[in-house]
Design a protein around this ligand. Structure first.
Ligand code: 5GP
Length: 211
């Protein structure tokens, strides 16, 4: 459990929403679409040692750092969870996530499967969503079409994807990303439903009775 979440009196805590799924499934595009439809939701900007892709901006898509900086941040406990994915580090900055949740904002994390498992330990009330491609061959096409990785990295990502899909049963929700608009809508429906769950709303019935 993370200690830094400072709940404000009368303020419900925001949700930490972990979105995992194999590389190429469209997590980034889906998350952007969810954020565009619901601007009150925040995106947890991760720290990574991988190089920026064309068009990616530091501080918006990721915080791009070198290996020594990442290791120093781990040592200083600035990173809530981290994973090494295809030889590069990725991690969730601790403070902005804790602050956003504490002030009632929902935050989406684009995160590897081990990263989601780690968040489940640290924030047990988190919401976990696994995105699946319509088929494995479609995933391969999407990764090749993206053209942002070398053939060797595409091969590594595909190998990893097969393993990641076998971990889907660890998640609360599975969504097949067949159609961007429909997938984004489903994720928003999950978030709305989570806000209506009893533990989240607990006590509201007393407030209603007192009115
Ligand atoms: P990409 O290089 O395609 O942007 O990301 C590679 C993988 O790293 C994706 O599966 C993405 O979800 C994951 N990732 C991005 N940020 C984080 C993070 O902060 N923590 C973890 N564990 N995984 C992350």
């Amino acid at each position: 459990m993370i200690q830094e979440i400072q709940d404000k009196p009368g303020q419900q805590r925001g949700l930490a929403i972990c979105v995992s799924g194999p590389s190429g499934v469209g997590k980034g595009t889906i998350i952007r679409s969810v954020l565009a439809r619901r601007p009150s939701i925040r995106h947890s900007v991760s720290i990574t040692t991988r190089r920026p892709r064309p068009g990616e901006k530091n501080g918006i898509d990721y915080y791009f750092v070198d290996h020594p900086t990442f290791e120093r941040m781990i040592a200083d406990d600035e990173i809530l969870e981290h994973d090494c994915y295809c030889d590069q580090y990725y991690g969730t900055p601790r403070k902005p996530l804790a602050e956003a949740i504490g002030s009632g904002l929902d935050v989406i994390l684009d995160i590897t499967v081990p990263g989601s498992l780690s968040i489940m330990q640290k924030i047990p009330e988190c919401v976990t969503i696994f995105l699946l491609p319509p088929s494995f061959s479609e995933l391969e096409n999407r990764l090749l079409k993206r053209g942002t990785e070398t053939d060797d990295i595409v091969r590594k990502r595909l190998e990893k994807a097969r393993h990641e899909v076998t971990m889907a049963d660890r998640f609360q929700y599975l969504v097949v990303n067949d159609d961007l608009a429909e997938t984004a809508q489903r994720i928003l429906a999950i978030i709305d439903a989570e806000h209506c769950r009893y533990p989240y709303q607990a006590g509201i019935e007393q407030v209603v009775l007192a009115r």
